[in-house]
Design a binder for this molecule. Structure first.
Ligand code: FMN
Length: 142
């Protein structure tokens, strides 16, 4: 099974989550600066939530995905509190790409630095690491 991970991250939180997903899946996380150029069975893709939505760079990236190269997408987001994984999935489904049922909306709450105007990511807690591992396991099984 060929797997890839792409993330969009302004402040580093989503990058940190993407790297934890990558660790659990045994691959390397890459930013959305890197297009998908080879066929993948499963693409983990996620981004941060800014002003009630995902970043326009991620929307463009999703819109440009080639359904011939991506069979299925598993979505994750990081946010103060919002879950925008459905936004990601509705774009890919519109392109005829399968959307994994299991999603990973990570809530950072007031612990995240970006929300407070700071720079740099936070350390994920044990509960978050557990959800990440559970998410990866479920997506790899389906
Ligand atoms: C400009 C800005 C706007 C944000 N807007 C929201 C929002 O509308 N809803 C929410 O739940 N979190 C919001 N957040 C919190 C971010 O979603 C959260 O910090 C996320 O982890 C950022 O990801 P990143 O560090 O990968 O960029 C916002 C953060 C920033 C910096």
């Amino acid at each position: 099974m060929k797997i890839a991970i792409r993330y969009q991250s302004r402040g580093g939180n989503t990058k940190e989550v993407a790297e934890a997903i990558a660790k659990a899946a045994g691959i390397t996380a890459e930013s959305i600066e890197n297009p998908i150029v080879e066929y993948v069975d499963l693409l983990f893709i996620g981004g941060g939530v800014y002003k009630w939505g995902i970043d326009s760079s991620l929307i463009n990236y999703l819109g440009n995905l080639d359904p011939g190269l991506v069979k299925s997408v598993a979505a994750f987001t990081t946010a103060g509190g919002m879950d925008k994984t459905k936004t990601i999935l509705s774009i890919v489904e519109g392109k005829g790409i399968n959307a994994e049922k299991e999603t990973l909306p990570i809530k950072m709450g007031i612990r995240n630095h970006a929300w407070l105007g700071g720079k740099g990511s936070i350390k994920l807690n044990e509960k978050q690491i557990h959800s990440i591992n559970k998410f990866v396991k479920a997506c790899l099984k389906s």
